[in-house]
Design a binder for this molecule. Structure first.
Ligand code: NAP
Length: 251
């Protein structure tokens, strides 16, 4: 893909699932990758896979609920590779929900802190470096729960919020040459969904049966879109939530 080669990318949640695949895809296209995750084992493993395939990657243990960690993540890109061109702000959690009025405040706050404020913390650290460099491209991971009432209330609220951030950032920073988009995955075969499937096999079978594609998505199918959105081939795509769901939402 045009424009990715020799760039520098950070990927949060890069130690597993979708973030691991986007890290590998950035590296396949010739980018240097800062893999960030709260899970040190998974993050190291992603960086090792890239290095063993001849790419450049550095793991940095990062909790997106901690501003100092997020600042250190961006600093790692500057120290190791001299700048920052691309970011995939992807770290997230999913939790069982309740009806809206039945949440307690702590579980609501935790979801928003990771999935929404975590993306904002990343943007806050990444944008000044990209502005300084003359531009860049950022993809935030939302969900089909960001454009519909799928998912638990606190998860859906967090993922709708990610699209709001993406749109607002587009307006605020277009003049600085930074493009922002969001991916909205459907049900993707990652450890997050595998865990949910183990907890409730029948529910996952029911959901899978309702997907027109007839199967779960592969994390690679999200990663391909993420890296394309960062490439010059997507130069006029700005502020968009891109749904990648095997047709789940069309019916
Ligand atoms: P995953 O396999 O669980 O990967 C998520 C990674 O993020 C894990 O390594 C996780 O570490 C890490 N993480 C969690 N909290 C973090 C934090 N505070 N700071 C830094 N890293 C953190 O999940 P995934 O399916 O790839 O999900 C990636 C993103 O896609 C999430 O934002 C998710 O909401 C979104 N998404 C997924 C699907 C799907 O069907 N899989 C659909 C729509 C949207 P731990 O394992 O230690 O928690």
């Amino acid at each position: 893909m045009k424009g990715i080669q020799d760039g520098v990318a950070v990927v949060t949640g890069g130690g597993s699932g979708i973030g691991r695949q986007s890290s590998l895809r950035f590296a396949d296209e010739g980018a240097k990758v800062v893999v960030a995750d709260v899970d040190a084992d998974g993050g190291h493993e992603t960086a090792e896979i890239i290095e063993s395939d001849g790419g450049d990657a550095t793991f940095v243990e990062t909790d997106v609920t901690d501003s100092d960690d997020v600042a250190a993540m961006v600093q790692t890109a500057l120290d190791e590779y001299g700048g920052l061109d691309f970011a995939h702000n992807n770290a997230g959690i999913a939790r069982e929900g309740s009806r809206l009025a039945d949440y307690d405040e702590d579980e609501w706050d935790q979801m928003i802190d990771v999935n929404l404020k975590g993306v904002w913390r990343c943007l806050k650290a990444e944008i000044p470096e990209m502005t300084e460099r003359g531009g860049g491209a950022i993809v935030n991971t939302s969900s089909v729960a960001g454009v519909s009432a799928n998912g638990s209330a606190h998860y859906a609220a967090s993922k709708h919020g990610v699209i709001g951030l993406t749109r607002r950032a587009t307006v605020d920073y277009a003049d600085d040459g930074i493009r922002f988009n969001a991916v909205c995955p459907g049900v993707i075969d990652t450890p997050m969904v595998q865990q949910a499937g183990e907890d409730n096999t029948e529910e996952l079978e029911r959901i899978t049966a309702g997907i027109p594609a007839g199967r779960l998505g592969d994390p690679q199918e999200i990663a391909d879109t993420v890296v394309w959105l960062c490439s010059e081939e997507a130069s006029y795509v700005m502020g968009q939530p891109i749904v990648i769901d095997g047709g789940l939402l069309v019916q």
